[in-house]
Design a binder for this molecule. Structure first.
Ligand SMILES: [Zn+2]
Length: 315
């Protein structure tokens, strides 16, 4: 499906290039705002914070949508083709983007925002039951749940925007500095909130293995996940896997487990019922919440998650 779309698109682009040989996506013409694409909503919010009113940001994978199972539409491929810069998470989170660049060779520069972050190894917290599924690398891509990593992402976004649009360097630098100050305060707030949870209760059970960086940064233990995988692409877990998880939940003595905004909560509800614990409201895992919800920005997502976790585990 994807390769057919790409072939069709390539044909269209060749035609467009013949008709308008001066068209270029490489640098913005003077007075024209930089056209950038961010692959998913959490990243898009950070790019908007740094770009401010100097860039037009298009986010491909919107709020509440699961990036692991995303397949770009023809309209998305057109947006990718015309971008000056494409911001991606990297660490195996966007395998479709590798395929697109290999086939279509668009002019926009790819910017991997996790450059400089030390990645967690896959299976660090939980051994995958069936091995990693195709298209997934050896690293955990979910870096954003550690606010210190979001600061590195902002620095990488700033550097890429300055390089692509040096005329507005001072704006990008000022926006990034303000955002980094906010993120430092947010990180401090998370630590103060987590300190209100008794240490023996700082334990998480979620749908898929997305809170490893959060756990490492803020002193939580991942007891287990329903899917036993860094990706949501894993199929429904077996009855034996669920039985094991239920006994792990009971052994851990946690009062609650968590659903995620990108996953169907039914499986987690039945696990909670079987284990005799509460199913807490969903955490924002791999996507922001819809506009107007508490999790519609990066900061709101982190604050919402920490508030939900504190309320569920504090006792
Ligand atoms: Zn994920």
């Amino acid at each position: 499906m994807l390769s057919r779309l790409i072939r069709a698109l390539c044909g269209m682009l060749v035609l467009a290039a013949l008709l308008a040989p001066s068209a270029t996506a490489q640098t913005p013409a003077s007075g024209k705002r930089l056209q950038v694409v961010a692959t998913f909503s959490i990243l898009g919010d950070l790019v908007k914070a740094v770009g401010g009113d100097k860039v037009d940001v298009t986010t491909l994978i919107g709020p509440g949508v699961d990036a692991h199972t995303y397949d770009p539409s023809p309209a998305d491929l057109v947006k990718l083709e015309s971008a000056d810069l494409v911001f991606e998470n990297g660490l195996g989170f966007e395998p479709w983007l590798d395929r697109f660049y290999a086939s279509a060779q668009p002019l926009g520069k790819r910017v991997i925002v996790t450059e400089g972050i030390t990645p967690r190894q896959a299976g660090g917290a939980e051994v995958s039951h069936e091995g990693e599924s195709a298209g997934h690398g050896q690293f955990d891509p979910h870096v954003w749940h550690d606010v210190a990593n979001a600061i590195v992402m902002v620095e990488n976004i700033r550097d890429a925007l300055v390089a692509a649009d040096p005329a507005n360097a001072a704006v990008y630098e000022a926006n990034a500095a303000a955002k980094i100050a906010d993120l430092k305060a947010l990180d401090q707030w998370v630590r103060e909130q987590v300190a209100t949870i008794p240490e023996e209760r700082r334990k998480l059970v979620t749908s898929h293995d997305t809170f490893g960086y959060f756990a490492d940064a803020y002193g939580f233990q991942i007891i287990g996940t329903a899917l036993g995988s860094l990706s949501t692409e894993a199929g429904e877990p077996s009855a034996r896997t669920i039985a094991t998880l239920i006994s792990q939940i009971q052994d851990a003595g946690v009062p609650a487990i968590f659903a995620e905004n990108v996953s169907n909560p039914d499986l987690m509800q039945s696990i909670a019922d079987e284990a005799g614990v509460t199913l807490a409201p969903p955490l924002y895992s791999d996507a922001l919440g819809p506009p107007g919800s508490p999790g519609d920005t990066y900061d709101g997502m982190i604050r919402g998650n920490v508030t939900t976790i504190v309320n569920a585990l504090k006792g």
